[in-house]
Design a protein around this ligand. Sequence first.
Ligand SMILES: N[C@@H](CCC(=O)N[C@@H](CS)C(=O)NCC(=O)O)C(=O)O
Length: 262
Amino acid sequence: MELRIFSYLPNPRIWKATIAARLCGINVEVVGAPHTELSQWLWDFEAHLMTEKERVDHRSFGRQSRLGFGGDLLYKTDSFLNANPFGTVPTAFNPDGSVGIFESNSIMRTVARLGTGACSLYGDDAYSASRIDGFLDASLVFARDSQLYLLSLLSGNVTSNLHGAAYQALHTYLDGLNRALSPDRTYLVGDTLSIADICVVAELALFLRERDYEKVLSEADLERITGPVLYESYPLITDHFRKLCEHEAFAPDVNSYVKKYW
Ligand SMILES: N[C@@H](CCC(=O)N[C@@H](CS)C(=O)NCC(=O)O)C(=O)O
């Protein structure tokens, strides 16, 4: 194992690392459980489902969640918070747990850096690597509005402000991505697949979860943001997304997940 990732599962954010790992032959261990079960887990390098006794013994580790866990108490050890001072999942660790890596884009970067000898997913020089970073940063800007919107749908308290911000964020993101691929580029950066392409697929796949909340949207008198209009307005990036979903390194994570949304 060259990298361990702890997260709720499934989580499209960890696909960034698992897709890169498949391409570079890096051995990534994924540990976790469905979202609703992580409040019963010890958040740690040795993360696991706690016994009743452990829940009592580890009471002092109980911390109020901030985002995405409905305010539940989460059992984060001091060493977990040392590894990831922001206390979020996914969190990754080096093999002996002495280094923690947080933010899914940086976890993916770790895999790409570990795999440099086997494949080049992170550019060939300082310029191309930095251009890739630009796409990762733009993706994180999009991801923030996307996350707040999806969490509000999940908890049934979506507002027109959150919906409007997500709408703007998605269109800004797709517009830039579509332009980056025009007139007929195969990949976002250079002539080969990079972690920029991987990151974009994961973030767009995550946004498709909007489709699970048609009822919540209609009760709030709001329209779905995703739909055929996106393919018509941004054909290059939507085609790129569809093609990569079928790619052999992406398909094991992405294919069955996105199929239900086509
Ligand atoms: N931008 C981060 C997002 C991670 C994040 O916000 N995770 C939330 C769950 S969606 C979390 O771990 N919350 C823990 C808490 O609320 O204490 C990434 O890409 O890794």
